[in-house]
Design a protein around this ligand. Structure first.
Ligand code: HAM
Length: 426
């Protein structure tokens, strides 16, 4: 028997309802904030991610699924931002649209060690606003993340906020850290020893206790930030205060991807466990459009991990899915003539009344008893029984499964009757 690849998931029919609900809520809220959907390929040139995320980042060093074909090297996308900026530049959207607000959802791939909340194929819901350097869009994007979480029903999350400063500020912080950590290298974990030369900022948000202790004693202040970056960050905080979005400034928050500058944020949730507590994350990436061959254009975005959203929802009260499942009408024909009649009824219910319906005729050799059992298993709200009596009387027997009542309903009034019942119940 074949098994799924470790770190991947089957999303089974009893779970897809919740997925669709979260997708639907997201689409609605993104549209209200005037974001349009973009869909980009799942595979891109490997070099796109090397260039965008940074050669020395963990994703590029260890986590990309790479496909080699002759001379070409492709990677399954580990995230969406690089692809979207590539599409923005390649399709000259800077010229035709200028400032653009985009959203996306779909699978991403990272060769990580699978565990709870950490998959090799996972899904993201995210957005990118490209074409503005101003802090107002930072406020909108973070407020949008907050609005989405509230609409999903996620509770007990924290928005951790920081600024990395501009490219020059990041370099100053790098140098500062190099000095401060030089004589403390022996106390760092092996990963951070490696990060010291490759990606020193990441030492700041290492989860290892010994590293945290060292970092907490470094007393990293705000002196590496230039006045413009300080003012930008103040504006963002004030904007969020006005919008009543709760956040917590966390000066050690850096991000695992090189393209970030200025505002960065991460949404943390305790229900996910200490190792991967991020429900989502984002920030500014003002240099990336230019880096990928486009014009100078400021940009900011974020993405949620879909599976982590589900874990966070699970850790609270289970969402009431049942009320969103459309009520099923189950048609049971008894005999060959009734089968033909049931086809007429089904197409009427489905095509002109859009009533969710199915029939026991699809399952061979059913007695009334087993067909009724099947109706119960499927959670049918109503059962329509058609036998010889009903055909003669040009009517059906309609059973209300919840009330356990039944009545004869004339064919002519059936759709109306079911339509009215369905409307009343929904
Ligand atoms: P990221 O922090 O790498 O950022 O990923 C965003 C979110 O995706 C994480 O917070 C987490 O919820 C989810 N995630 C990441 N890796 C996994 C995994 N292996 N298994 C399950 N969930 C995972 C980005 O990807 C940026 N592109 C976000 C962004 C958009 N920044 C600006 N715009």
């Amino acid at each position: 028997m074949f098994k799924k690849v470790p770190g991947t998931k089957d999303i089974l029919p009893d779970q897809t309802g919740l997925w669709q609900k979260i997708e639907g809520t997201s689409r609605k809220i993104f549209a209200i904030y005037n974001y349009s959907e973009i869909r980009t390929p799942f595979i891109e040139e490997t070099a796109l991610f090397n260039r965008s995320l940074g050669e020395s980042t963990e994703i590029v060093q260890k986590q990309m699924f790479i496909i080699k074909r002759d001379e070409d090297s492709y990677a399954l996308r580990p995230e969406g931002t690089a692809s979207i900026v590539r599409a923005y530049v390649e399709n000259s959207l800077d010229k035709t649209k200028g400032f653009l607000k985009l959203y996306y959802m779909g699978p991403m791939f990272r060769a990580e060690r699978p565990q709870k909340g950490r998959l090799r194929q996972f899904n993201q819901i995210g957005c990118e606003a490209i074409g503005s350097y101003g802090p107002d869009i930072d406020v909108e994007v973070i407020a949008l993340a907050d609005a989405l979480l509230k609409r999903y029903g996620v509770k007990d999350y924290t928005i951790a906020l920081n600024t990395l400063g501009c490219a020059q500020d990041k370099k100053t912080l790098n140098d500062l850290l190099k000095n401060k950590l030089e004589d403390k290298l022996g106390g760092l974990c092996d990963d951070c020893k490696d990060r010291y030369s490759r990606n020193i900022l990441r030492i700041l948000d290492c989860k290892n206790e010994a590293c945290r202790d060292i970092v907490n004693h470094l007393q990293i202040g705000r002196e590496h930030l230039c006045p413009d970056c300080k003012a930008h960050f103040e504006y963002v905080k004030q904007g969020l205060d006005v919008m009543k979005v709760d956040y917590k400034v966390m000066p050690t928050l850096v991000r695992g991807l090189d393209y970030y500058n200025r505002t960065v944020f991460e949404i943390k949730h305790s229900g996910l466990g200490p190792q991967q507590d991020a429900l989502g994350a984002g920030g500014r990436y003002d240099g990336l459009v230019k880096e990928l061959g486009g014009p100078e254009a400021g940009a900011i975005g974020f993405s949620f991990g879909f599976e982590r959203l589900l874990l966070a929802l699970e850790s609270a009260a289970a969402p009431d899915q049942a009320k969103d499942i459309p009520k099923l009408v189950y048609v049971i024909p008894l005999g060959e003539a009734a089968k033909k009649q049931s086809l007429v009824i089904l197409s009427g219910l489905r095509d002109s009344a859009a009533i969710v319906s199915d029939t026991s005729a699809n399952y061979s050799g059913n007695s009334l008893k087993s067909a009724m059992r099947k109706a119960g298993d499927l959670g049918a709200a109503f059962v329509i029984i058609i036998g010889d009596d009903e055909i003669r009387g040009n009517c059906v027997t309609l059973k209300d499964m919840a009330n356990k009542t039944q009545e004869k309903v004339p064919m002519a009034g059936l759709k109306e009757k079911l339509g009215i019942i369905q409307q009343k119940e929904s």
